[in-house]
Design a protein around this ligand. Structure first.
Ligand code: GLN
Length: 455
């Protein structure tokens, strides 16, 4: 923990952390030492871990990257945070993310990073002029720069897999419902999932085993399946494993250097005994409009709780209650968040609901069915996590659609609720390229083993 705190202090320029409390970390580490000395260790005793600032924590403030929650302290810990603490992990601090996890670049952050007076985009440790990906950009950058051996992230439409890919780390989003959403500041509740980001599939398996498990009293969508030891299949042979490669994932929009890395990874899998199967996910392109309708709709509803009454920021000068709501939200939310609330409110409104929201729900079901069709022919699906490597900070020039389009390969799996990972597979022009692996429901062990064998 001491070593990690020192490194965090030495690399503030990355903007990865938004909150640290050295005394808290050291106290937890001392307690872990005592447990080890007493022969009373749990699976992760003493392992330092940092949390995406979307998980509420009692020991440190939680902002979700937003001014509306600046300085907020939760009276309880998120289930994922609590479970990791019970497994012995030591908290290193809170990590920067896009505001309410809305973003693909960690440029939509509205709270200052540690060592700064103002909000700054997180920098990619491989090239500080580039984004780390998002929305779990702080998590990916911290692990890549060795500021933390592991971090938590959340993935609604790719926010674990895409930053893992851009920063050359391993990340897994489990099946929807595996990890409790209790205490994760809600973005799009039918999509949000927590998962670990670390240096290897093996580390991710250990962390995920601690993070998952039913939480029926607190998250009604948590799966009624006992906690699992996700390390149990690590080392299994890949002989005969059928890896499906969707033709839509290697089309024209993919950078040649990214395609080359993915092709080389697939060849490596064939050497390990796997068989490549050509498949199709015909509605891949539709996942972009479908996701950005459904996620915005759910966000507009979830974010209605930030009204200046119960918690967080409240505007100073207002005439009446309605004016207080309006000014609080005007001041507290950033541009991207407002854009999503407006789109979401629009697609849910009378007269547009059927045309947009309902239609999107129907196509979402078809996308999920396409995967089930594909899994008749293969055991896992592989492709790029993103069409390119990390782009330059400011390169998309504030054009949100450019960011949305770059999510094309992570959104289908999210809409279907499937488990997915990104593992470091090579480089394009000096920047890391991740291989995305998708599995069928609750096949995390198979995914993690395939990643482990590759590494
Ligand atoms: N980039 C996507 C979005 O902005 C995904 C974000 C996420 O997974 N949290 O909504």
């Amino acid at each position: 923990a001491r070593h990690q705190l020192d490194r965090i202090g030495q690399h503030k320029e990355l903007g990865a952390f938004v909150a640290i409390d050295e005394d808290l970390t050291v106290a937890q580490a001392r307690a872990a030492d005592d447990k080890l000395a007493a022969g009373n260790a749990a699976a992760l005793t003493g392992v330092p871990i940092a949390h995406k600032d979307i998980f509420v924590t009692t020991g440190l403030p939680t902002s979700a990257g937003s001014q509306i929650l600046a300085g907020y302290r939760s009276p309880f810990d998120a289930t994922v945070v609590r479970r990791l603490a019970e497994a012995g992990a030591v908290t290193l601090g809170k990590l920067s993310c896009d505001e309410f996890a809305m973003g693909s670049s960690n440029e939509n952050v509205a709270v200052p990073a540690v060592g700064f007076d103002e909000a700054v985009p997180v920098r990619n440790p491989w090239d500080r002029e580039r984004i780390p990906g998002g929305s779990s950009g702080g998590s990916a950058a911290a692990v890549a720069a060795r500021l933390a051996p592991a971090a938590t992230g959340t993935d609604t439409g790719g926010s674990i897999r895409q930053p893992a890919s851009f920063c050359g780390v391993t990340g897994i989003k489990p099946t929807y419902g595996r990890a409790s959403r209790y205490g994760m500041v809600a973005f799009a509740s039918s999509l949000d999932q927590a998962g670990p980001m670390a240096r290897s599939a093996e580390d991710c398996a250990l962390l995920l085993s601690a993070m998952c498990g039913p939480d029926p009293d607190r998250d009604s969508t948590s799966l009624d399946r006992p906690a699992e030891d996700f390390t149990r299949r690590l080392g299994d042979s890949l002989e005969g494993l059928r890896i499906g490669v969707p033709k839509e994932f290697l089309g024209d929009g993919v950078a040649p250097g990214v395609r080359a890395v993915v092709e080389a990874a697939l060849a490596e899998y064939e050497k390990l005994g796997a068989r490549r199967v050509e498949i199709t996910l015909p509605r891949t392109e539709l996942s972009i409009p479908v996701y950005y309708i459904i996620a915005a709709a759910e966000a507009s509803s979830n974010l209605s709780r930030f009204d200046g009454v119960k918690f967080g920021h409240r505007a100073k000068d207002y005439r009446d209650l309605a004016d207080m709501y309006a000014k609080t939200r005007e001041e507290g939310f950033g541009d991207e968040v407002k854009r999503r609330i407006m789109i979401g409110t629009y697609v849910l409104s009378h007269g547009y609901y059927d045309a947009y929201y309902l239609q999107a729900q129907k196509v979402r079901r078809m996308i999920a069915d396409d995967f089930q069709q594909a899994f008749r022919q293969c055991d896992l699906i592989a492709g790029p996590a993103a069409p390119t490597v990390a782009w330059k900070i400011g390169e998309h020039g504030g054009d949100p659609v450019a960011d949305y389009l770059a999510d094309i390969f992570t959104l289908p799996g999210s809409l279907a609720g499937l488990p997915g990972m990104s593992i470091p597979a090579g480089f394009d022009g000096g920047m890391p390229v991740g291989l995305q692996l998708l599995g069928n429901y609750c096949e995390e062990s198979r995914l993690l083993n395939a990643a482990h064998r590759f590494q």
